[in-house]
Design a protein around this ligand. Structure first.
Ligand SMILES: Nc1nc2c(ncn2[C@@H]2O[C@H](COP(=O)(O)OP(=O)(O)OP(=O)(O)O)[C@@H](O)[C@H]2O)c(=O)[nH]1
Ligand SMILES: [Mg+2]
Length: 220
């Protein structure tokens, strides 16, 4: 049982999943921590904000881009000086099961990666994800999953260096953490398809970001 846990969960037009997600997140938090704080970096033109207003959640409005959302949310998580404890991140479409946070919390590392088990996600998505993970040539199997637990010292050190504004944020922060000498561990998590709503992953808007990240990864 933790004393304090901060959760950062980005949402982009998640009116169809926000309520269900909160209802599953809260009991899992109660089981794992005496106190918690939920920060939602929000990019929304739908009713997500109104749904979140019913809960004790801090929202931060951010422009589109998953990396931008994580930079803003994680910075907020560590800037508030009196907070302590690790920072958990996860998707809000219930592709990541809040009930599985126990496994990440029980693992001793500066960065715990929730590596997705093989799933029934669409074939081309699986292919792209496997391709990205294999060309990264790292010691872990899943660099694009955002189900993670970060230590505060790691975030304080690595976050100011982060450049990716899109989905490449996910692998970039892992490789920067490894280079900085932090202890990284991996646990296997479930990965069912999103329960409702649409995917926010766009190949077009993430391509430039990914190319810059890959150039840094191999040629720096
Ligand atoms: N604030 C913010 N959140 C985002 C943005 N893009 C994605 N997200 C959130 O990040 C999480 C992952 O996005 P998804 O759309 O589920 O991406 P995905 O899992 O690759 O796609 P699916 O397989 O269709 O679910 C979700 O909780 C999104 O709402 C963004 O630009 N801004
Ligand atoms: Mg998803």
């Amino acid at each position: 049982m933790l004393d304090m846990l901060t959760v950062v969960t980005p949402m982009r037009n998640e009116e169809e999943t926000a309520e269900l997600f909160m209802q599953r997140l809260l009991p899992a938090l109660e089981r794992n921590s005496s106190k918690w704080k939920i920060i939602v970096p929000l990019t929304a033109t739908d009713k997500t904000q109104q749904i979140l207003d019913k809960y004790e959640v801090e929202t931060v409005d951010v422009p589109p881009g998953l990396g931008r959302a994580y930079k803003a949310g994680l910075a907020k998580a560590i800037e508030e000086g009196d907070e302590s404890g690790p920072v958990l991140t996860l998707d809000t479409d219930l592709s990541h099961l809040p009930e599985e946070m126990d496994m990440l919390i029980a693992t001793d590392a500066d960065l715990v990666l929730g590596a997705r088990a093989e799933t029934g996600s669409r074939f081309h998505r699986r292919m792209v994800s496997n391709l990205v993970n294999s060309i990264l040539l790292g010691p872990y199997t899943d660099y694009t999953s955002s189900y993670r637990l970060y230590s505060r010292p790691l975030l304080k050190r690595v976050l100011p260096e982060m450049r990716s504004n899109g989905f490449a944020f996910m692998p970039e922060i892992v490789f920067r953490s490894i280079r900085a000498g932090f202890k990284v561990s991996q646990v296997t998590v479930s990965f069912p398809p999103r329960v409702a709503g649409e995917s926010k992953m766009s190949y077009r808007s993430n391509l430039k970001d990914y190319i810059r990240f890959l150039a840094w990864r191999y040629f720096r």
